[in-house]
Design a protein around this ligand. Sequence first.
Ligand code: SF4
Length: 504
Amino acid sequence: MNWLADARSCPGVFYGTVAQDGFLIRLRTPAGLLSCLQMRAIAQLVESWGIDSVQITNRANLQVRGVQTAPSQETLQTLQMLGLAAQVPELDPLRNLMTSPTAGIDPQEWVDTRPLVRAIDAYLQAHPELAVLSPKFSIGIDGGGRVGIGCRSPVAWEHRYNDIQLSAMRLDASASALTGLAPGLYWRLALAVDKRLQDTSVWIASNQCLPVVAALTQVYRADIATHPPTEKPPRLPHLLHDWGMADYLHRASQHLGYPLKAVTDFPELPASQPYAHLGVHPQRQAGLCYLGVSPVLGRLTTSQMLELAQLADTFGRGELRLTPWQTLVLPHIPSDRVRDVGSHLVALGLAESEDLSTSMPAIVACAGKPGCSKAATQTQTHGYILARSLNQQQMLDAPINIHLTGCPKSCAQPSPAQVTLLGTLIERPESQVEGYHVYWRDAYDSLQQWLGEFPFTEIPALVAQLVSLYQQRRQISYQVLQEVLQQNVAIGEKADFQDYRDWG
Ligand code: SF4
């Protein structure tokens, strides 16, 4: 392989990450926004590598596994022209800027976040000195709509995790009196500390968002510059853990030349729900709908990609959006053409019903075997079998998040899921079989409950039971859960609380 830049811990298009089955390449798509032109170009590129599918990631970009040949100079230039690769190769691995996949079309949002996302991305791309940042440095922008990516979920562990998070909020006259700020649109700043987003209580005027993000980024960069270049750059949450939030904000204020003031008495941000984008929803633009589609494990074949591009061209406005839930949105579909598009999606295997009313499980799986040497199990294959099993039963009244991970590192989903399956090898008299430790989490408990280990052959039936219980009693308490599980799942004394994750 003749990569342009050295391999780093996160892949881009200029360098791949080594895996058992070849190289992993990731295409950067800020805010998950994709034109049909870009979608077709990616499909053709992937086909030229002899690969038949891509996967939507949990940062709303696309990744390709099993790449055997580095992209040619010509290909890289084409990707740069299409906005799918950074102009400065060393900046390519910086994580996708994340925003709601329904920005600009959500009837409830306070503001369309796309101009701000573009401005921040342009800033990052125009500053080559930022190449020293950890590739895991991440920024999220939430416009306050129904589909949030910030810290607005009523369930804390469902928060999409970013290092820097801005969430829009409109202050009316009464809230203005509480906060001392003039009425208008503001952005609340949250920072990732100790593995969760924490509100700083700092409110930022719209015209100051870019300077504030730039200051926070440059303060972080300046600290990295004090470390030897041979060291792995510290992640921002680690730095914040050492400095404390107040010190970091003070340094950013010095960089800005004015203080970042905390507001002490402020209204709560309105709640959002994950997966609220799936199915058919009216847009803020009259007569138009957006369609949220959930491909199994976020995987799209190249033929599905080409067909989706065609659908978006024919029925929409040539636009597609990737989401951090490994799903996608087809915007701008006239209301009277929804069923036409739905029937195409059913034919493509991307929906179970024409009106997209059937809920599908939101199954997330890491690479697993054979791609990852650390994996105990074939998480992708098992995730696919589990999804098909649940889909065939059509038992879900709403999407439910199920996470399969091949080891405790939890690459695919750092936040807990309703059901987590942690891969393991189970000893049998004659051999080992692939199986999973099963963890359950309800909407309010902050701890995981371990239900025991099971061979994969038993997992689809067990998960179906859990899903059924979950739907019957969503806000089940621990005591009730113990009783119900012992009666229904026969896990008896094995159950225990623990945290399976290991972020390393
Ligand atoms: S979670 Fe573990 S098994 Fe899965 S891809 Fe990451 S390192 Fe590999």
